[in-house]
Design a protein around this ligand. Structure first.
Ligand code: ADP
Length: 544
C-alpha cells in the first residue's frame, strides 16, 4: 500500500517565499567599511527577484553557474537565492584559496559570471585572463578602494551591481525538480585540486530544516544570527538559509572579522546566535570582556575540534559554553551537534565540559558508522574502538562533480568516507580522534594529535598548539608540539611537559616542544598542519 500524500518538491523558493510573505519587516544588517547597512526581508525579496531578472538580461544559461567572490553581506544573500530560485547554480568561491586553485575551480565549474565585492576585486582581477568561460564580472561596491575600470580580457564585460539591479524587472521563480543543482562549493583541498560538491534544492531544504531542529542549532524567528563562518565556504553552516526560512534577523559581518569588530556587533546588535570556527572564538573572547553579551543564547562552533579549555573559558566569562558541531563541505555541512542529553543533568560541570568537547550526536537525517581501517568491519560503539568515520543521508554528497577521484572517497555501498578517525560511545556521542592523515603513528600505535593539542591548549599560558607526527628513526613517528605562547607570558619546554604529566599517557609525551609565533591557518581558519610540516621539513627530533 502506498501513502496518499502529495509529491511536493522541496525547492529553495519555499524558503524564499516565507521571508517574503511572513517576515517582510524583519531586517538584515550588514557591516561594511562604510558603515552598517540595514534592509528588510521585504526589500531583500524584491531585490532578489530583480536579480533573477539581471541573470536573464546577462544571458546566463538556464543552469549556468553563477559565482560569487564575496563576504557575508545582504547582497551575497540576494545571490544565494536569485541564482538557484531562477534555476541557475550558485558557486561560492573561497576568497582565501590560492590563485591557481581559484582558476581551477572557476574553469572546472564553468562559471559564466562572477559577482565580486570591491574589497576583494584586487585579488580576482589578475586571474581574469586565466578564466575560460566567464563572460561577465559584476562588482558589488562595498566601499573597497579597487579601481574597477582596470582592463579586462576581450570578451569579458564589467558591470556595477546596483546599476544592473536598477534596470531589471522582478521575475517569478520556476523550479520544479527538487533534485536539480542549487549550489556548489569546492572543498578547501589540503592536497591536490579542490573537489566540487553539488547541493540539490532538496538537500538544501532538508539541511535548512535541520538547522531549525531544537536539538540542532534551533534557529528560530526570534533569533538575531551572526554567521562569522563564511558564506563562501560550506554555506555558512546553513544559517543563511535557515534565517530566511524562519524569519530570523541576520547580522552580516562583511569584511571586518577582527575580534573587536565582531565583539562590537555581538553587543550592539543583540546577537543571539554567533557561529564561527574555534580560532575566531579564541580571538574574540578577550574582546568580549566587559561587554553586554546577554542576548547570546548559543555559539555554534566547528570546522576543527573545540578545545575544552576554550569552551570552559566562554562558560566562565559569558556563562555560555561553546556548542560544538561536526561536519564537512560534503555533508552540507552540519552532521552532528553537541546537544547534552537531559539524562546527564546530575553530572558535575566538569564532566559536562568533557561531553561538550565531543563532536556530539548525529542529527536526524544523518547516519554515521565507523569502519575498522584494516578489516572494513563496523567497530562497536564503546568510546574506545576507532576507525574511519563514514556518513550517508539526504544531505550527504554521493560523488564529486566531474572528478575521477570520486571512487576513492565513497564506499562500494554508497557511504561517504570522511577521512576522519573517530569513536562513538555507548550514548551515541561522536569523538573525532584525528584526520586520517594527521594521526601520529608511533611504533605501530596511534596517538591522537587532536587530544594532545587540547591538553596543551588547556595550559593557561598557551594561545595555540598544533601537534605533528615527525619522523623518528626508531618509532617511525613521534609527536612534536608547536606552541604559541600568550602575549606577555613566558613558557619553556619543561613547563609544557610538566603540565602534561598526569594528563596524558606517558608514551604520548611530545618528544619536543617548538615555540612559534603563530600556527599557520588554512583558507577557512583551521590550523594548517600541511603548512607547518612544510615550514619544518628539515626539522629533526633532538636525541633524548
Ligand atoms: P575541507 O574543505 O578542507 O574539506 P571542511 O570545512 O569541509 O574543509 O572540513 C571538514 C573537516 O573539518 C572534517 O572532516 C573534520 O576533519 C574537520 N572538522 C569539522 N568539524 C570538526 C569538529 N567539531 N571537531 C574536529 N574536527 C572537525
Amino acid at each position: 500500500m502506498q501513502g496518499l500524500m502529495q509529491d511536493y518538491p522541496l525547492t529553495l523558493p519555499m524558503l524564499f517565499q516565507r521571508a517574503e510573505q511572513l517576515f517582510p519587516n524583519k531586517e538584515i544588517v550588514t557591516a561594511l567599511p562604510t558603515g552598517r547597512v540595514r534592509i528588510t526581508y521585504g526589500e531583500w525579496a524584491e531585490r532578489t527577484r530583480r536579480l533573477g531578472g539581471v541573470l536573464d538580461t546577462l544571458g546566463i544559461s538556464a543552469d549556468g553557474r553563477v559565482a560569487t567572490f564575496a563576504w557575508n553581506t545582504a547582497r551575497h544573500l540576494e545571490l544565494y537565492f536569485a541564482a538557484p530560485c531562477s534555476g541557475r547554480v550558485l558557486h561560492t568561491l573561497n576568497l582565501r584559496l590560492f590563485p591557481e586553485q581559484v582558476t581551477y575551480i572557476v574553469n572546472h565549474a564553468e562559471d559564466e559570471v562572477i559577482f565580486v565585492d570591491k574589497t576583494v576585486a584586487g585579488l580576482l582581477w589578475p586571474l581574469l585572463p586565466t578564466f575560460t568561460t566567464v563572460r561577465h564580472i559584476v562588482v558589488t561596491d562595498d566601499g573597497g578602494p579597487f579601481d574597477t575600470t582596470a582592463a579586462v580580457p576581450a570578451g569579458m564585460e564589467v558591470h556595477d551591481y546596483e546599476e544592473l539591479l536598477a534596470a531589471a524587472s522582478p521575475v517569478e521563480w520556476h523550479v520544479e525538480d527538487e533534485g536539480q543543482a542549487a549550489s556548489m562549493c569546492y572543498t578547501s583541498g589540503t592536497t591536490g585540486n579542490p573537489k566540487g560538491v553539488v547541493y540539490s534544492h532538496r538537500s538544501t531544504v532538508l539541511h535548512t530544516m535541520a538547522a531549525q531542529f531544537a536539538d540542532g542549532f534551533g534557529a528560530r524567528e526570534s533569533d538575531r544570527i551572526l554567521p562569522v563562518v563564511p558564506m563562501f565556504h560550506a554555506n555558512a553552516w546553513g544559517l543563511a538559509h535557515a534565517a530566511v526560512a524562519c524569519g530570523a534577523e541576520l547580522i552580516m559581518p562583511g569584511p571586518d572579522l577582527s575580534p573587536d569588530g565582531l565583539a562590537t556587533l555581538i553587543e550592539e546588535e543583540h546577537v543571539t546566535v554567533a557561529a564561527g570556527v574555534p580560532t575566531i572564538w579564541m580571538g574574540v573572547l578577550p574582546a568580549l570582556k566587559g561587554r553586554d553579551t546577554s542576548a547570546l543564547r548559543v555559539i555554534p562552533c566547528g570546522g576543527s575540534a573545540v578545545p575544552k579549555a576554550l569552551s570552559e573559558a566562554f562558560r566562565e566569562q559569558l556563562g555560555l559554553p561553546i556548542y560544538q558541531a561536526w561536519g564537512m563541505t560534503e555533508t552540507s555541512p552540519v552532521a552532528t551537534v553537541g546537544s547534552i542529553k537531559s539524562t546527564f543533568a546530575d553530572r558535575p560541570e566538569d564532566e559536562l565540559a568533557d561531553v561538550r568537547a565531543l563532536q556530539g550526536l548525529p542529527l536526524l537525517g544523518v547516519e554515521l558508522r565507523i569502519q575498522d581501517q584494516e578489516t572494513g568491519e563496523p567497530v562497536p560503539w564503546d568510546g574506545e574502538s576507532r576507525g574511519e568515520l563514514q556518513a550517508r543521508g539526504p544531505w550527504i554528497a554521493k560523488e564529486y562533480y566531474d572528478d575521477p577521484r570520486s571512487p576513492e572517497s565513497f564506499t562500494d555501498d554508497g557511504w561517504l568516507k570522511t577521512g576522519d578517525v573517530a569513536t562513538f560511545d555507548a550514548e551515541g556521542y561522536l569523538r573525532l580522534v584525528d584526520r586520517t592523515k594527521d594521526v601520529v603513528k608511533s611504533g605501530g600505535e596511534w596517538i591522537s594529535s587532536v587530544e594532545l593539542e587540547n591538553e596543551i591548549m588547556a595550559h593557561p599560558k598557551v594561545a595555540e598548539a598544533a601537534v605533528v607526527g615527525m619522523h623518528h628513526p626508531k618509532w617511525q613517528e613521534r609527536p612534536v608540539a608547536f606552541v604559541v605562547v600568550r602575549e606577555g607570558e613566558q613558557l619553556d619546554k619543561a613547563g609544557v611537559l610538566e603540565f602534561l604529566d598526569g594528563r596524558i599517557a606517558k608514551w604520548w609525551t611530545p618528544d619536543d616542544v617548538v615555540f612559534i609565533d603563530e600556527v599557520p591557518k588554512t583558507s577557512v581558519g583551521k590550523f594548517s598542519k600541511k603548512d607547518l610540516r612544510d615550514q619544518f621539513k628539515d626539522y629533526v627530533i633532538p636525541e633524548a
